[in-house]
Design a protein. Structure first.
Length: 488
């Protein structure tokens, strides 16, 4: 790896690069799924390659290859330089990078059981067992299950002297029960929707999730939704369980704080932002209970946004995003930090694989739990009238990440501090800052979960990456409810 990197960095210098870095990536992934008792997908793949990123005449160039031979390394580097020189002819300004001390380091995800030591047969047997439990419930018409494992080994070298080796191990699992009746489909997912729960852990996560033990309940809830009352329309106090709050953070906090979106450098997938630079340290983003951080450090937890160093060699760090309701920080890179006068990058530049240019991505964007002891049932007990909503079903948000609407899989009416009847098709909508300012309670650490969002899309060509969102159940006062599924 060092010989490959040395060849690339030397070639880049000789061709006029003022800065260069090389990433070498070896990735293995396994994806397994079932659908109504039959195998849906079964893949075990490996991908290896490298890329070279250079600064020439104040502009970026990037090229990648799966061929590690010397001639290929030199020609790939020359291609990156050629692209940079072409880009320099139309640049609007010189690229400048904030300084970062280069390091030599090793980092690896802590895990107990290597997921790739568990046989595919054993994996499929588990999925079939879950599937059977789901379909044993009368009225469940479709059951889907999934297991996903990934190991990414990466080497990073820069012309400044960085030499970093990282290994990340990821495990994910989940399932869905669908119930078709009449003209309506209802679903329940576990542990969350859109793939379940994913973390930077080994196979031990599978045991922690208690997948088989919860399958029958999930199937029963999917069927019960058909006879549940329609969620009422109006203004209500709502309580969001932690995974739904995690997605709320993702869409209405995580994406708008990406500094490349703010600066107009990226706009794919509803991709600008209302968080213009004048709002930093002046905007009252939420109530005083709202404290959000962007934390890639291992001590934050095994999130999909946890790592040792980002893809330009900046160490993982914690950036305060919202502090007692005040907007205090962006997600930044060495380039974007320089553009707004920051002294250091926030360490959030990441790429999906070896053949993609790194861009600003969410790390673990988490809301901190309440300081006073407060369990979910206590939060419900302190709510006179409201609706408890669980597990995301749909979402929509405008291009500036300001107006939003979310649908959930299931809701429960709260009356006199007690959770009563089940409600189907619950939804809520609002304006980002008004919504976060309406938060008046959040549960404490015992209820806080670091959720994985494995399929966040951004960029062109698109890059799909994992992010983390820590959250505990929280209450929001006076929220518009029920308009998404009006008339269902």
């Amino acid at each position: 790896m060092k010989d490959l990197a040395s060849s690339a960095l030397n070639t880049a210098r000789q061709l006029g690069a003022t800065y260069a870095d090389v990433r070498v990536v070896d990735e293995r992934s396994r994806a397994l799924s079932t659908k109504n008792g039959k195998i849906g997908t079964a893949s075990d793949a490996r991908s290896q390659g490298f890329n070279v990123r250079v600064l020439v005449d104040g502009a970026w160039g990037f090229a990648a290859s799966a061929n590690p031979e010397r001639k290929s390394v030199e020609s790939t580097t020359a291609r990156a330089v050629e692209i940079a020189k072409a880009s320099a002819k139309v640049k609007q300004s010189e690229v400048s990078l904030v300084p970062e001390k280069p390091v030599t380091a090793e980092w690896s995800t802590p895990y107990q059981i290597d997921p790739f030591t568990i046989s595919i047969e054993q994996n499929l047997a588990l999925l079939q067992k879950i599937d059977a439990e789901l379909r044993s419930v009368k009225g469940v018409t479709l059951a889907e299950t999934n297991l996903n494992f990934r190991r990414e080994e990466q080497w990073f070298f820069s012309s400044e002297g960085a030499d970093i080796h990282q290994t990340k191990v990821t495990t994910g699992a989940g399932y869905v029960a669908y119930a078709f009746a009449g003209s309506e489909i209802q679903k329940r997912s576990y542990p969350s929707s859109f793939g379940g729960q994913w973390q930077n852990k080994g196979y031990e996560l599978i045991d922690e999730l208690k997948l088989v033990e919860n399958a029958r309940r999930i199937g029963e809830e999917a069927v019960a939704l058909h006879s549940a009352e329609q969620c009422p329309e109006g203004v209500f106090d709502i309580i969001l369980e932690s995974s739904q709050l995690g997605l709320q953070i993702h869409e209405s906090v995580g994406h708008p704080i990406e500094l490349d979106r703010v600066l107009g450098m990226e706009a794919n997938f509803a991709g600008t932002s209302f968080l213009t630079l004048d709002k930093l340290r002046t905007l009252k983003y939420g109530s005083e209970l709202v404290n959000v951080v962007a934390d890639a450090r291992q001590e934050h937890g095994p999130g999909l946004g946890t790592f040792g160093f980002d893809d330009e060699g900046v160490p993982a760090q914690c950036t305060p995003i919202i502090s007692n309701g005040l907007f205090t920080g962006y997600l930044s890179s060495r380039e974007t930090a320089a553009l707004i006068g920051l002294q250091r990058s926030g360490g959030t530049l990441r790429a999906e694989n070896w053949n993609r240019l790194p861009i600003i991505r969410m790390t673990n964007i988490s809301i901190l739990p309440g300081e006073k002891p407060l369990a979910r049932e206590q939060l419900i007990a302190s709510t006179e009238k409201g609706i408890y909503m669980e597990t995301n079903r749909s979402w929509s948000i405008d291009d500036k990440r300001y107006n939003f609407q979310f649908g959930c899989e299931v809701g429960w009416e709260i009356k006199n501090g007690k959770r009563t009847r089940m409600l189907r098709n619950p939804s809520y909508s609002g304006i980002t800052t008004e919504f976060w300012n309406a938060m008046d309670a959040i549960c404490s650490r015992d209820e806080w979960v670091l959720w994985g969002t494995p399929h966040c899309g951004k960029g062109q060509p698109q890059q799909v990456m994992g992010t983390g969102h820590g959250a505990a159940p929280a209450r929001f006062r006076g929220v518009k409810v029920g308009s998404a599924y009006k008339g269902n």
